[in-house]
Design a protein around this ligand. Structure first.
Ligand code: NAG
Ligand code: NAG
Ligand code: NAG
Length: 357
């Protein structure tokens, strides 16, 4: 009897150590992880404990081999520690039908706000089960974003997968210094507005080595964003990688220092785009398209349609090797573009000044 008692005390002590140390496992806050029970309260309690704890990195642990049902939930900072890690190894699912959402007009499902040094990492999945929203033909504004992150400086997201968001999968809003890598974002090609990553009012962003297959833009960069590097993205199906749409309703919009390199577009409606509103006079300058190679099923493979008042200035198109899937030569549409290209054959009609390399 004595031995058993000792062991039991030891086990209690170990559990105590795990719960109240650096790790906050949602199971220790009574999350069930059966995919049926609403675990939102347990997640919030674990978050409150992790966020309120002193010291260095705190880890909110969402363990593997479990499925946690979450209603729309806000993980609010600021937190006491300089960094909070969300170790997502298990699966998180939303209610399967829109009617079962606790807040059906919620603009987002999982939200993190004002958490500096937030790290979301792991091999886990968030599945927003968005199909019931798509089927109702709701406007984009009436459908939630899967993962909304705002005012989180020094943000890192790595390894996770997001499936079937009702609207865009990830929003990055008002964040400075962000690294997103090795993530997977999936939604059917036909699903509406299921952008992969939307960025707005954010700076110093690296997005790399990820797979994005959705029904809309793989990545969209919106107003107020600068110094953004995107590399090694496998995009498609989807609508490509876009800057904009800028200047809605004539509003001032500014995006600068965007580099998209070593990306693959497979079965996308577009490749790399800059979108502006027709009525606005957004100025576009210093744009380089270099070494774009591939095939297009659309005859209008290259379109540079710029504003008559501002023109597009300093545009360089070099190493463009695009053929039509049927072997034909694609059409290049240009309006009000000032720039140059060494591709005298394909880009001949686009620029008034062609430089020969
Ligand atoms: C993006 O790449 C450019 C050019 O290589 C570099 O100067 C800049 O610092 C990079 N930005 C980020 C956010 O890493
Ligand atoms: C493009 O996607 C299709 C279908 O998803 C796939 O079969 C094909 O191998 C991909 N092509 C490239 C070049 O990755
Ligand atoms: C063409 O290039 C010449 C020499 O660089 C320059 O002076 C002229 O302004 C350019 N014209 C246009 C329409 O870009």
């Amino acid at each position: 009897m004595k031995t058993i008692l000792d062991i039991s005390i030891l086990i209690n002590f170990l559990c105590f150590g795990i719960v109240y140390g650096q790790n906050y496992n949602v199971l220790n806050f009574d999350a069930k992880g059966d995919g049926q029970t609403d675990d939102s309260k347990a997640f919030l309690q674990a978050w409150t404990a992790a966020c309120g704890g002193d010291g260095d990195i705190k880890t909110l642990l969402i363990p593997s081999d479990k499925t946690f049902l979450l209603q729309p939930t806000v993980f609010q900072g600021p937190c006491k520690s300089s960094s909070i890690k969300v170790q997502l190894d298990g699966a998180i699912v939303a209610p399967s039908e829109k009617v079962a959402w606790s807040d059906p007009i919620s603009r987002m499902w999982i939200k993190f706000s004002t958490v500096s040094g937030l790290i979301i990492v792991g091999s886990g999945t968030i599945d927003s089960r968005g199909s019931s929203f798509w089927e109702l033909n709701l406007k984009a504004s009436q459908r939630p974003t899967a993962l909304h992150i705002s005012k989180c400086d020094n943000l890192r997201i790595n390894g996770i997968t997001s499936i079937d968001s009702p609207k865009n999968h990830i929003s990055i809003k008002t964040c400075n210094t962000v690294a997103i890598s090795n993530i997977n974002l999936f939604a059917p090609e036909t699903s509406p507005n299921t952008d992969g990553i939307d960025i707005s009012d954010s700076t110093n962003i690296n997005i790399f080595d990820s797979t994005i297959q959705t029904g809309d833009d793989c990545i969209a960069i919106n107003s107020g964003s600068s110094n953004i590097n995107i590399t090694g993205i496998n995009c498609g199906p989807g609508h490509g990688i876009s800057v904009g749409s800028l200047g809605a309703g004539g509003a001032e919009a500014k995006v600068s220092d965007v580099h998209v390199t070593h990306c693959t577009f497979n079965q996308t409606t577009n490749g790399a785009r800059i979108k502006t509103w027709l009525e606005s006079s957004v100025a576009i300058s210093n744009v380089k398209y270099v070494d774009f190679r591939g095939t297009s099923s659309n005859k209008n493979a290259i379109t540079l349609k710029c504003s008559e008042t501002t023109h597009c200035i300093d545009v360089v198109m070099d190493g463009i090797d695009i053929t039509m899937a049927n072997g034909g030569k694609p059409k290049v549409n240009c309006q009000y573009v000032d720039g140059e290209s060494s591709d005298t054959d394909l880009m001949r009609d686009c620029f008034k000044n062609i430089t020969s390399s």
